[in-house]
Design a protein around this ligand. Sequence first.
Ligand code: 13P
Ligand code: SF4
Length: 352
Amino acid sequence: MPQAQETSTGLYEQMREKLAHVVPDVELRYKAELAHKINILKKERNAVVLGHNYMEPALYNSIPDFTGDSLELCRQAAKTTADIIVFCGVRFMAETAKILNPEKTVLIPSPRAGCSLAQSITAADVRELKARFPGVPVVTYVNTYADVKAESDICCTSGNAAKVVESLGAERVIFLPDEFLARNVARETGRKIIFPTRTPRSAEGERPDSLEYQMIGWQGRCEVHEKFTVQDITDIRRQFPDVVVLAHPECSPEVVDASDFSGSTAAMIAYVENTRAPRYLLLTECSMGDNIAAANPRKEMLRLCSVRCPHMNEITLEQTLAALEQTRYVVEVPEDIRLRALSAVQRMIAIG
Ligand code: 13P
Ligand code: SF4
């Protein structure tokens, strides 16, 4: 976290202490200067920077006032008194901050920071499902856009999905849009799941309308986590028999099964901090491995960095500085949509 009387050299030294074994010195010097400029502007403009756990290590360790998983950043967005929120994460996260803070200016450093899950479903798709399954409550993963949240009863994140589903006490739940998270939650809560878009009403054998299925899912996928395979885990365990494998719940249930732990990005960070293994494999966006390695220099982080989130990687120190200098890119949510989405987000935050 930035110091009160920060100097460019002081910030560089602080960053070097944490990141010397992760980021080359020449890059650290350059990035420390950018970060220092951002921290000055932040104060001048009464801005808060929220940084998702996937941010690259120099950014992650210099400008955010708060870092965390989607759930923690929602909580921080709900509490902030700043005039401007700069969201170093992807668009659905910045939109959630705007939903919670209509009177504040919310900025996202890149307009291209999307998400394959948010892109996988529209508000019209949710309305069709609601018409097909009347009265069945809709849970949407926060990785959706505001108009989809507006059609939902409650949101969830990877950190509280099972808890949110169980809190409803409902016989059946529509859970959107991540197929793998839905399958993982179905298993965790002992429910049978069906994907009706794959199974026409008339299909023999599987009847989506049957009460035999307590969860109704959608077929969105995270373009990052869907790429990890059981074979990857087998190969890495062969090479490093003592490795502890952590998988985000956006990975397939087979990958989660073959892993030692599955949880949100914050839960994975806590798991590494609280266990003593010498070596971990992180099946999630590669930058988070750098951040955990920086915080735990005696533990080795293995990661498959050919699998990256192009959206999270859009967010750089250069773009964040430009965002504050030019007040760009402003995130807006139409008021009627915002109000409906707000109740779904607030219900989730109340559950924790
Ligand atoms: P977390 O909520 O676990 O931080 O995950 C967000 C995300 O986009 C994972 O790909
Ligand atoms: Fe979306 Fe996947 Fe990127 Fe997370 S890692 S922001 S779920 S595309």
